[in-house]
Design a binder for this molecule. Sequence first.
Ligand code: UDX
Length: 451
Amino acid sequence: MRVSIFGTGYVGLVTGACFAEVGNDVICVDVNADKIEQLNRGEMPIYEPGLESMVARNRAEGRLQFTTDAQAAVQHGEFQFIAVGTPPDEDGSADLRHVLSVADTIATWMDDERVIVDKSTVPVGTADRVREAVGRRLHERGARVPYAVVSNPEFLKEGAAIDDFMKPERVIVGCDDAVAREKLHSLYAPFNRNHDRLISMDVRSAELTKYAANAMLATKISFMNELANIADRVGADIERVRIGIGADPRIGYHFIYPGAGYGGSCFPKDVQALARTAHDVDYVPQLLQAVEEVNDRQKHYLFNRLREHFGGDLAGRRFALWGLAFKPNTDDMREAASRRLMESLWEAGAAVQAFDPKAMDEARRLYGDRPGFTLCDSPEAALEGCDALVILTEWNQFRSPDFDLIRARLNEPVIVDGRNLYDPAVLAGLGFHYYAIGRPPVVPGNAGELA
Ligand code: UDX
């Protein structure tokens, strides 16, 4: 089938590559000419495992093209996917400018039947606005071309995007048009494993499903972070509590890891946008507001730990940071906990030496040669001359480091772990001060209540 995709961000690029991979003829279009040039040189604008080779293979075999030519893209695809960004407005609602501008572009050039698919995460009611925008432009052109607008939100996770797309747990299709639904059913058929993954519903329910999923996951995380804060104060260990509650299949072990606060391009933005939608329909979303507030507070947790340890004053101190990306296997630093921590440290007069396996270029782009910020070539180099090590992202390479070397390089043997990677009893035995999230702190030679 012929597929056109507007937007070569995370969702657009992965969607385009995966549709080509199963044999479709795909054109990806973007208004950013530099990005298209880069893609045409075979370079990926983002780091995502498996993406580069999949793109290369499908380009070589002629099933995947990148262009800035919107007209050609509209004329190419029987499916027109909208996968452009929906950044938050000042009030937290999603900015639909890009989505509506693509709708207008599609309507400007289409001269044959088209299925227009919203893949961007968009507020409830957006498909109606897309339908209106297309209808308006067609009317202005005096053109009578049939079209359907479908909501097909994407649930892929960064760092596992290809796998999530190729083996989806579900494909949500919100559609009021039976013919368009059947077409999407055929387009997604190659991704069914064992059973049909397509769940069909009305457009508004599909739009809300995406927000509901992300808000539920964000709620689980904020819930655990809240419990971790309570655990701190009552002298319990959240890791034991996590294992204890996760055993109940109604709760489960997924997404109940406490941490330094969730980040990324989805949870913070989507929780806010859903809360905004609720306000717009005169409903006060108390739980969603709390989810966001707890997350905001959590992003200060590590800074507060450091400040307490160093007697309230961090001026002139230097800290090693392991992990800058908002989670492992990505170079994405959007809303990452590392950013809030570094900004607080700089404000307090401290300096940072950081290492991340993939997000170094992104960090350079964001903070450049800001005073108090040094990027180091290796985790070990980042430790040199620092007063403490702070772990922010649970990259595998940080899971079992050489603790003797860490102790030797640091000015003081202090580890502040925002991902609960290590065994407190082991670190206490090795002579560290070890602070984790929601676990009793340990001091050298004393594993405290954890022994
Ligand atoms: C998320 C959803 O998982 C995905 O389905 C949706 O399409 C987009 O948003 P993503 O943002 O890529 O995906 O990352 P995810 O793996 O969900 O992690 C989000 C944040 O939550 C990260 O900062 C992560 O560290 C944090 N997190 C996750 C926790 O703090 N604890 C957990 O138990 C799980």
